[in-house]
Design a protein around this ligand. Structure first.
Ligand code: MG
Length: 235
């Protein structure tokens, strides 16, 4: 008998292949702004950007910087690292990235077929994300996810970022779901798995690169085609 009645699932790096999509967008911008005149190659630029972006996202997650500051500063600081001080290029990359990146459509393998199978069973699929609404809506639309998503819940709508329990409480309430018949699937162990478990939702780690293979106690999947079998377990 199927016990699980609702699936909460993360978007970035779980369904939508954030790294591939982001890299494609940055490469386009690197060429548009002819950054090879200042930086050895794209790989060097990309690596530095990722470092700086990760630090700034952490600050944003803690509420220490705003969304707008995050979006601009990650490029301003990366450019500065390579000796470029240019408000024009900074603005171009800031705006260009926000426009371009969500239009990219790379998903993890088996995303659409797996969601289609869940839909056939009649399971509501609710995306719970710390990403920005106007961006996440474009990603869902362009990448073909829209027919399979019942609700998109963004942290900025609720005022709490995962792993704050309040976002998961809101997800349960708005979908009329119970914690013990729901699962939360996501790639971030702290935000998605531990966050959900704080309110009694069973957390499942999406771990496509097997970074957590030594942690036998964690429920995990490495491919989205495994989602269906999760529904049969008693947690
Ligand atoms: Mg994620």
């Amino acid at each position: 008998m199927q016990k699980i009645k609702t699936i909460f699932i993360d978007l970035d790096r779980t369904l939508w292949d954030f790294e591939s999509n982001s890299k494609e967008a940055l490469l386009e911008l690197f060429e548009v702004y002819q950054l090879k005149n200042f930086v050895k190659d794209f790989a060097t630029f990309h690596q530095k950007y990722r470092q700086i972006n990760a630090v700034l996202w952490e600050l944003y997650g803690k509420g220490k910087i705003t969304k707008d500051l995050l979006r601009r500063k990650r490029f301003e600081d990366t450019l500065f690292h390579f000796g470029i001080v240019s408000p024009e290029i900074t603005s171009g990359l800031t705006e260009g990235y926000v426009q371009l990146s969500p239009q990219k459509t790379n998903l993890f393998p088996n995303t659409l077929s797996s969601l289609a199978n869940l839909k056939k069973i009649g399971l509501p699929i609710i995306i719970v994300t710390n990403g920005f609404r106007e961006v996440q809506e474009i990603k869902i639309d362009r990448s073909g996810l829209a027919p399979f998503v019942d609700v998109l819940l963004c942290s900025e709508d609720v005022g709490y970022n995962k792993p704050d329990p309040n976002i998961f409480l809101e997800a349960l309430q708005m979908s009329n779901s119970k914690a013990n018949t729901s699962i939360m699937v996501g790639d971030d162990f702290q935000a998605d798995v531990l966050g959900a478990e704080k309110v009694g939702i069973h957390g499942v780690l999406f771990d496509p690169n097997h970074h957590y293979s030594h942690r036998k106690e964690i429920s995990k999947i490495s491919d989205l085609s495994e989602l269906e079998k999760l529904l049969l377990f008693n947690y």
